[in-house]
Every structure is written in C-alpha cells, then in structure tokens.
Design a protein around this ligand. Structure first.
Ligand SMILES: Nc1ncnc2c1ncn2[C@@H]1O[C@H](COP(=O)(O)OP(=O)(O)OP(=O)(O)O)[C@@H](O)[C@H]1O
Length: 239
C-alpha cells in the first residue's frame, strides 16, 4: 500500500474552447493522513482540480494518481466506482436529497459502494450503528435523524453532508468550501469535528477554501496559484 494519497506530475487541463490552460501543475504530492488546505482566489482552478481528483473530468495530459491508481487508466464508469469507494466528497451546496431523511441521506453513500460496506463489516459495525455514531459525533441531535434534510439549518445540513462523506471510511475526504455560509465559531467547531473523524479513521483531508483564518486547523497550506505554472515562484507554504 502506498503512503502517497495524491500525486500529480505535469498535470495540464484546458477547458474546451479556452486558449489557456486552467491547470498546469508540474508536481503535487499529498501523503496519506495529511490534512491539507487548498487555497486560491476565485477562478484559480480549485474546483477544476477537485473535479479531476474526483474523476468527473478526464485527465487530458500528465499524470494524476489517487492512492496509487492512475485516473487516466480508468474509464469514466470505473472512475465513478473508484470515487464511490475511496473518496468522500462534501460539496459547497452539500447536495443532500431534500425529501429524504437525514439517516437515508447518510446511508445512501453505502448503497453505492460495496467497498465502504466491506470496510464497515471488517470493523464489526453495522450501517445503522455507524450512521448514528457519525451523526452523534458531528453534533446532529437524534430528534432530527428521521426529518427530511430540507428541514435542517445550513450548519446542520453541512454536518449531515460530512457524515455521508465519511461513512464507510473512504481513504480521501475532499471538502469544497463547505464552511462559506457559517460564522467563525460554527466554522471552527465544524473543522474540529471533521479533523477528529479524519484522525480516527486515518483519512486524508483536502479542504478547499478562500478563508485564510482556517489555516491553523491543517498540517499544510497549498496556494494553488503558486503550484500552477504561469505563476512564477511556485512553492508550498508550511504552517
Ligand atoms: N465548465 C466549464 N467550462 C469552461 N470553463 C470553465 C468551466 N468551469 C470552470 N471554468 C473555467 O476554469 C477556470 C477556473 O475555474 P474554477 O471553477 O476551477 O475556479 P475556482 O478556483 O474553483 O473558483 P471559485 O473559488 O470561484 O469557485 C475559470 O476561468 C473558469 O471560467
């Protein structure tokens, strides 16, 4: 098993119809278990990079590996399977199914992945029990568990989205600006909960945000515009 979670070499991505590449990353390595904050101004390509990592778009040029698997070698269908099995994703808008209950939303992630179900089995934990453990750990009171997701506050929905991403212990958790609608206290609280769960299951965390004040929660901050060619002086900032 490789110690590297994410590895990119000479990764170039150009959106159709554009003359300039959005991404041109000579090298990027994120080790397993690291907690990394990816920062960059609007339009710098953060979401584009996440969409490649999640296998939503093809790697056009260069190499991109997640957990030792080259995404380029996988068909789009196998990339979908790879994502469901190995990557938890918290979207900016959470993407919960509004009419489904909180519990059903969380359990859905298991229905799409045999690997996640198998990991729970190897931990001797049932799906329902793990769902309840995660909701409790993330501070969702029991009286909300059977309510439709649409009846929850933004902060609560965000934590349900985190539980859905984490259930079945994917090796990599990607969070795309999930805290932008929260106040400072709620943000810090959410980060602390997320960090505790990632540590518990040794999950690598890649968290995208504009918010510089969140740096203290992470092992490393990567400024995307600094590792992207076309922005001379590329470097990674240690915190
Ligand atoms: N579907 C698309 N088709 C064409 N161009 C796109 C598409 N999505 C993004 N782009 C372009 O790629 C560049 C990077 O966009 P991206 O959304 O990756 O940036 P970002 O750093 O995530 O921005 P933000 O912080 O505002 O979400 C922008 O110039 C954008 O116009």
């Amino acid at each position: 098993m490789t110690d590297v979670c994410i590895s990119a070499q000479d990764l170039v991505f150009t959106w159709p119809g554009q003359h300039q590449s959005t991404l041109n990353i000579p090298a990027l390595t994120i080790q397993r278990g690291e907690r990394v904050l990816l920062r960059g101004p609007s339009g710098s390509g953060k979401s584009t990079l996440l969409s490649l990592l999640a296998g939503v778009h093809d790697v056009q040029k260069g190499e991109l590996q997640v957990l030792g698997t080259s995404l380029k070698t996988l068909s789009s269908r196998r990339r979908d399977r790879f994502r469901a099995d190995h990557i938890g994703y918290i979207f900016q808008q959470f993407n919960l199914l509004p009419f489904l209950s909180v519990t059903r939303n969380v359990l859905l992630a298991l229905e799409f992945s045999k690997a996640r179900r198998a990991r729970l089995q190897s931990l001797n934990t049932g799906a329902q029990a793990e769902c309840e453990r995660l909701l409790t750990a993330l501070g969702i009171p029991q009286e909300l568990w059977e309510k439709p997701a649409s009846q929850l506050s933004v902060g609560q929905q965000q934590r349900v989205a985190a539980a859905r991403a984490l259930i079945g212990q994917p090796e990599l958790l990607i969070a795309d600006e999930p805290t932008s609608a929260l106040d400072t206290d709620a943000r810090d609280n959410f980060l602390a909960l997320l960090k505790a769960e990632c540590e518990r299951a040794k999950i690598t965390l890649l968290f995208v945000t504009h918010d510089a004040t969140l740096s203290k929660h992470f092992d490393r901050v990567i400024e995307l515009h600094q590792i992207n060619l076309g922005h001379p002086g590329a470097s990674e900032v240690k915190v």
